[in-house]
Design a protein around this ligand. Structure first.
Ligand SMILES: [Fe+2]
Length: 291
């Protein structure tokens, strides 16, 4: 049976190599349209549009294709899906005409309190059914393709019965949604939990990948920490190349959220990503750099 999502993926635009829109980097980001194809924004920051925020959003929209990457969908929570949240994100997605939207396979709320952390789910068949049902509702309500991202996690939740990669794969297939594959998270988890990152990628339904995140990480006492606050390391670029050789994707982006370097360092990381894309999957680059 042909998948609704996979058919929809074929219609999605090739966005190319993008960057997260961050307040601290916004002015320089807008000044380098020639080296950045598209922007990803955190929708929760743009739902209540005050003066400065509206200006930043309007400027971004004028210059770049935009997609959202949220944190508060809380797709795995036992709280009811928030109708207000789905309404707000639908309005924003309509305003920016985003080709897709994404969030994380995790939960971020308990009893309607938001925790500001991406918490891993118990990898059980009960949690699987729960998430699949909610992804379908979210996707049908918002009426745009939804991608779920693999998170970095530092503990196994009690009650887990399967590997995280199998849980993720089953959610994607059964809910018929897309994958936002974060190759830095794969790397960080592979070191922290001692598995082969390439074998992990091979177990995913890779054809569902629409977008890839590339980022740097930090070093805790015993674990690698997914900080988005350091330069991307070579093994993460190698995972990006591995994925791009195996499946067609629509967009790759660099996540940098703290400990900001000079903007020229960010541009040079974007250029490294672009060089890999040009070599391995040039079709993913947009035909024109201007909107
Ligand atoms: Fe990510």
């Amino acid at each position: 049976m042909s998948s609704g999502f996979l058919a929809a993926k074929k219609q999605l635009p090739n966005l190319g190599v993008g960057l997260g829109l961050r307040r601290e980097l916004a002015a320089e980001t807008f000044a380098h349209r020639d080296q950045i194809d598209w922007l990803e924004l955190v929708p929760e920051n743009y739902m209540d549009l005050g003066g400065r925020i509206r200006e930043r959003l309007d400027m971004a929209l004028e210059k770049f294709p935009l997609v959202t990457h949220g944190v508060n969908l809380s797709i795995g929570s036992t709280d009811p899906l928030s109708v207000d949240y789905l309404d707000s994100i639908s309005r924003l997605l309509n305003k920016i005409d985003a080709p897709w939207w994404s969030d994380h396979l995790c939960f971020t709320s308990i009893e309607n309190s938001y925790l500001h952390d991406l918490l891993p789910l118990p990898l059980s068949s009960e949690a699987l059914k729960h998430v699949v049902k909610r992804v379908k509702v979210a996707q049908e309500t918002v009426q745009r393709p939804l991608l779920l991202e693999n998170i970095s996690y530092y503990m196994q939740m009690p009650g887990s019965q399967m590997d995280e990669v199998d849980f993720l794969a089953e959610v994607l297939e059964k809910a018929d949604c897309g994958l936002l594959l974060d190759v830095n998270n794969v790397y960080v988890n592979s070191v922290n939990h001692n598995f082969d990152p390439y074998a992990y990628i091979d177990r995913l339904p890779l054809a569902r990948t629409v977008q890839i995140h590339v980022a740097g990480h930090g070093y805790g006492d015993e674990l690698l920490i997914d900080t988005h606050g350091a330069a991307v390391i070579e093994p993460v670029f190698e995972l990006l190349e591995y994925v791009l050789k195996r499946t067609e994707v629509k967009a790759v982006m660099l996540e940098r959220d703290q400990n900001y370097p000079t903007f020229s360092e960010i541009l040079s990381e974007l250029a490294q990503i672009r060089a890999i894309v040009e070599r391995v999957q040039p079709a993913l680059l947009p035909a024109l750099l201007s909107k």
